[in-house]
Each structure stands twice: as structure tokens, then as C-alpha cells.
Design a protein around this ligand. Structure first.
Ligand SMILES: *Cc1c(COP(=O)(O)O)cnc(C)c1O
Length: 303
């Protein structure tokens, strides 16, 4: 295992081409080996903060979540216990851990399976978290890191892109980023001098708009949402997802992520015809989760 290191490096920007168009690629996947991409941005505030009043960091969500893995490394660096609440996990996964789940276990994650996960989720998702049932020794980080504190690190991402565009003399820049909870996209648009486009992965545009409003009230500061022509269900497998992922990996020589990237890439490739200026795509990391996704796609294509 690589040495645990909490240093966040500045993410380089490189020029790439994909399907005949040039793009600037912001390599947020290179920020840090353990917290890469938008999880590094979202947890930067907590990484830099003195958390000695806590013994434990707690979160909840999917059992292959990128956030789960980043938080397991985060807890280890901070010397905290990591409690992660999940729906009951299959016997198969317990006996054959892969991907983010395996990596998080190796970091010392303690997972707690809940039969009434939905109730727990509802209780934890309420805004007032200072009095939550986990106790005051526990720092709660909501699913996917959808926290106001995420703004701190995402603003640094926006500042980096603003400076980049200024240095290069780029006036008309459209920035594409994936959305799960929408936390990264909304804080990015709030601080960026350029237009942000994003695609919902979890839920639809309406869900995403609500998420934006929870974090940034002023709708003028929200990103532009572009939906894919076809409806997709989060976490499900689609041949066109795998195909575009494979194509961009081969064309750029860079490994993209298989859960969030495909829809945004499909939409960007469609929409770029309408855009005259320059385009930047943000690689938000998370390629650690590819192992389990590739296993799933292999089984999927065999059938
Ligand atoms: C977590 C994650 C997202 C979703 O980010 P939100 O801030 O929740 O919208 C997108 N892409 C990748 C690669 C991720 O790991």
C-alpha cells in the first residue's frame, strides 16, 4: 500500500481530443491517491480542520461508493474510527470484497448493516445535525459528502479553473462535470466565472435542482442541467456507457470512471455541437471503483 498522505496536489489541465473535438481535461483524478477528484475537494475542509474533539467519523450510502472509500482513508489519516451505515450487504460481497468496499475495509472501515436503512437515511438527512443520535463525539458526513463545508475545497477548484482560463486568454469556456448529489457542480458554478453544465445521475433534473437549492439559494448561481436523451437508472449497466468509457480511455490514454462519467460524456458529446468556445471536462476521479464495475460489465456482457 502507498504511504497514506493527505497532501492535495494542484490538478493539471491537459489538452485532449475526443470524437473529433478538442477538450481541456482537468485532471482532478490526480490530486491525491486516496482522495481524488471531487471527494478530495469536498473533504478538504475537514482534512485541514482540527477534529480532535471527535473519536469517530460516520457516514452512510452505497456499499461501493467512492465517498465511502475516501472517508475510510480520511478517518485513518485523522486517527478516527470510521462507522459506515449501509443496507444489508450480500453474503457474496462479504466473502468476495472488491473495489471500493474492499479498499475501505483495508483502511479499517467498520460497517453497520441496517434493516431500516431508509428510516436512518431520513433522520440523518435532516439539516440540523448537531443533535444527531450518533452522539457528539461523532462527526457525521452526509451521503456523498453533501455538506456545506464542501464549498471550501470546490472553490479552490473554481479558482484554479478561473486562473487557467485567464492565463490562456480563454473568454468563452464551458465546463462539464458529473452530478450525483450535485454538491460539486453547484459550488463550482457559484465560484466560477464560466458556465457549468452538468447531468443528473441520481434522480432527474428536478431532484438535482432541489439539491442545488439546499446548498445555494440563488438560482442564478446554479449550473445548467442537461439531461440525457434516454432515461438511465443510477448504478445500472448500459452497453452505451461501457462503450463510451472504453472509447475515451483508448483515445486519450487516460482511465475514466465507469459510474458517473458515461452519462456526462454522452451528453457532452451531443451538446458540444452547439458550443462555439472552448470546453473543459472535469475528471472527478473515482477510478478505484472501476474494478467492481468492470466485473459487473463482464458478467453483463457474458449473458
Ligand atoms: C462522487 C462522485 C460524483 C458526484 O459528486 P456530487 O458532488 O455528489 O454531485 C461524480 N463523479 C465522481 C467520479 C464521483 O466520485
Amino acid at each position: 500500500m502507498k504511504k497514506l498522505d493527505a497532501t492535495l496536489k494542484e490538478a493539471p489541465v491537459q489538452k485532449t481530443t475526443f470524437k473529433g473535438r478538442e477538450y481541456w481535461l482537468k485532471r482532478d483524478d490526480l490530486i491525491n491517491h486516496y482522495f481524488n477528484g471531487n471527494k478530495a475537494r469536498k473533504f478538504q475542509y475537514f482534512l485541514e480542520k482540527d477534529l480532535s474533539q471527535y473519536t469517530t467519523v460516520a457516514s452512510y450510502g452505497g456499499n461501493q461508493s467512492n465517498a465511502m472509500y475516501s472517508l475510510s482513508a480520511f478517518a485513518k489519516i485523522k486517527g478516527l474510527k470510521f462507522d459506515y451505515y449501509v443496507k444489508p450487504i450480500s453474503k457474496w460481497l462479504k466473502e468476495n470484497p472488491v473495489g471500493n468496499f474492499k479498499a475501505a475495509l483495508e483502511m479499517g472501515m467498520n460497517y453497520i448493516e441496517l434493516n431500516d436503512y431508509e428510516d436512518f437515511f431520513q433522520r440523518m438527512s435532516k439539516p440540523e445535525k448537531t443533535f444527531h443520535e450518533l452522539g457528539k463525539d461523532t462527526l457525521l458526513i452526509r451521503q456523498g459528502g453533501a455538506e456545506k463545508e464542501a464549498e471550501y475545497g470546490v472553490k479552490i477548484l473554481a479558482d484554479e479553473i478561473n486562473s487557467f482560463a485567464k492565463e490562456k486568454g480563454i473568454k468563452d469556456l464551458s465546463v462539464f462535470i458529473q452530478s450525483g448529489t450535485g454538491t460539486t457542480a453547484v459550488f463550482l458554478q457559484k465560484h466560477l466565472n464560466h458556465k457549468v453544465y452538468t447531468t443528473p445521475n441520481i434522480g432527474d433534473s428536478e431532484y438535482l435542482r432541489k439539491q442545488f437549492s439546499l446548498l445555494v439559494e440563488d438560482e442564478k448561481l446554479h449550473p445548467t442541467i442537461l439531461e440525457s436523451p434516454k432515461k438511465y437508472q443510477f448504478g445500472k449497466l448500459y452497453p452505451e456507457f461501457y462503450n463510451i468509457w472504453k472509447e475515451i480511455n483508448e483515445e486519450t490514454g487516460i482511465e475514466f470512471e465507469l459510474l458517473y462519467d458515461p452519462v456526462t460524456l454522452i451528453v457532452m458529446n451531443e451538446y458540444q455541437k452547439n458550443l462555439k468556445g472552448e470546453i473543459m471536462y472535469i475528471h472527478s476521479g473515482g477510478t478505484f471503483g472501476n474494478e467492481s464495475m468492470i466485473n459487473r460489465y463482464n458478467r453483463f456482457f457474458k449473458k
